[in-house]
Design a binder for this molecule. Structure first.
Ligand code: F6P
Length: 477
């Protein structure tokens, strides 16, 4: 046993790996060293804490160099059954105290964070037992009367309250988007229907946002099962209407936790068979699986995880034995802190609501932006706009791109054009402001040109659109 005045902090990743975990580990190690702390990586999650020995290693600044761009977690992770037992946690406490570690940053999902909180609550009792058994000295126990913890949410599912994004969700969404884009081209070539299953457990975030990002034609998510028993008919009608309107590919995204109103799972294979039979056309299933979880993290996951790791160290540096365990997350683009267990309980409440078939509650608990995304998708999957009502005054709305082009402009334009607004007709203005002045390039959107427009449209820097100032002299020629 060593006596030390230096603050010692442990970090572990637990549960399913998530891209961005490495960036968080790097930030934690370097921020802690910079604060004058000793920092230990606990390899293989809670299993490493239970095993001890060389699974708990002191980290140096350089030990975490070059890891940020790597997928997974370089310090390993596990789903550990032993840590769920008190005996396992007793062993884990003894191993931490061998290094005099009493501050812990846990990066994992709700199960891992709940485990951390239980460990913290039991700590004084575990300590007393270790002293009684002679495995920890009275002096060491007195120096570390409480375990202080901070949680970061590492999970591609984006299923945790208290943060807008969990570590890895953005990367997984990119992966889904790329995969669906790729599948769309083969689907379009054969005029096939593809049913694509995505991960997320009880959370429909990846399915819903994946559908929005790829312009999919239907989505099934756990929080909002189809609201009628004839959902099969409605889905088929929608897909048929899409074909009739000229869509060559039909894409249905199914969350792995999708279910019907009675709570019966809706599997991707079930949807495929049903579509093949009713539509009378080829349908295929692609289960994206762990491709969604592996590989290099997105820029967002790297930066967010870095900022979270940094903030977690700041929090633990000033923590006292009385400090409430916190979850560090991101809300409205700012790093935020929230009581850890309140966040876990709120997240669990969604799963409970789904299990109780209380889907209104599940949607409400997911929050306003989730519902807004769902409402937008319901509109955008339509094959054609709703017809305007009789006698409704016709309004005209024009869409143009101006200034430098930016990725995403086409999607925004397509959404604006597809959003049914009875009584309003839409026009594309080609070539930006200049043609709105010259006039010839203003055309109604048509179903068949909807995609072609995206590559033909250009933005134009027209002097007409720019505010002029008489006080600026022209540059000398
Ligand atoms: O929680 C992350 C997650 O990837 C879920 O989306 C998925 O259901 C699960 O983990 C898969 O777990 P495993 O890798 O243990 O099969």
């Amino acid at each position: 046993m060593t006596a030390s005045d230096t603050t010692r902090l442990g970090i572990l990743t637990s549960g399913g790996d998530a891209p961005g975990m490495n960036a968080a580990v790097r930030a934690v190690v370097r921020a802690a060293l910079d604060q004058g702390m000793d920092v230990y990586a606990i390899y293989e999650g809670y299993q490493g804490m239970v095993d001890g020995g060389d699974r708990i290693r002191k980290m140096s600044w350089n030990a975490v160099g070059g890891i940020m761009q790597r997928g997974g977690t370089v310090i390993g992770t596990a789903r550990c059954a032993t840590f769920r037992t008190r005996a396992g946690r007793l062993q884990a406490a003894r191993n931490l105290l061998q290094h005099e570690i009493d501050r812990l940053i846990v990066i994992g999902g709700d199960g891992s964070l709940t485990g951390a909180d239980l460990f913290r609550r039991e700590w004084p009792g575990l300590l007393a037992e270790l002293v009684e058994r002679g495995e920890v000295s009275q002096a060491v126990a007195a120096r570390h009367p409480q375990l202080m913890i901070v949680g970061l949410v590492g999970s591609i599912d984006n299923d945790m309250a208290g943060t807008d994004m969990t570590i890895g969700a953005d990367t997984a969404l990119h992966r889904i988007t790329q995969a669906v884009d790729a599948i769309s081209s083969t689907a379009a070539s054969h005029q096939r229907t593809f049913v694509i299953e995505v991960m997320g457990r009880n959370c429909g975030y990846l399915a819903l946002m994946g559908a929005l990002a790829t312009g999919a034609d239907w989505v099934l998510i756990p929080e909002c099962p189809p609201d009628t028993d004839d959902w099969h008919d409605r889905m088929c009608q929608m897909l048929r209407a899409g074909r009739q309107a000229g869509r060559r590919d039909s894409i249905v995204i199914v969350a792995e936790g999708a279910r019907d109103r009675q709570g019966n799972p809706i599997s991707s294979e079930y949807v495929r068979q049903m579509l093949e039979e009713r539509l009378g056309e080829d349908a295929r299933v692609t289960i994206l699986g762990h491709v969604q979880r592996g590989g290099a993290p997105s820029a967002f996951d790297r930066t967010m995880s870095t900022l979270l790791g940094y903030a977690a160290v700041e929090e633990l540096a000033s923590a006292t034995p009385d400090s409430e365990p916190l979850l560090i997350g991101m809300r409205n683009n700012r790093i935020t802190r929230a009581p850890l267990m309140r966040c876990v309980e709120q997240s669990r409440a969604v799963a409970d609501a789904i299990a109780a078939h209380d889907y209104d509650r599940a949607m409400e608990l997911r929050g306003g932006s989730f519902r807004e995304a769902y409402e937008a998708l319901r509109t955008l999957v339509r094959a054609l706009p709703r017809p305007s009502g009789a006698g409704q005054q016709q309004q005209r709305l024009a869409v143009l791109h101006a200034g430098g082009p930016a990725p995403g402009m086409n999607t925004a334009r397509a959404a604006a054009i597809s959003t049914p607004s009875p009584g309003r007709s839409k026009r594309n203005i080609f070539k930006g402001f200049s043609s709105s002045v010259a006039g010839p390039a203003i055309r109604p959107p048509t179903g068949s040109t909807a995609n072609a427009i995206t590559s033909q449209r250009s933005t134009s820097r027209s002097s007409v659109s720019r505010p002029r100032s008489t006080t600026i002299s022209p540059a000398p020629s």
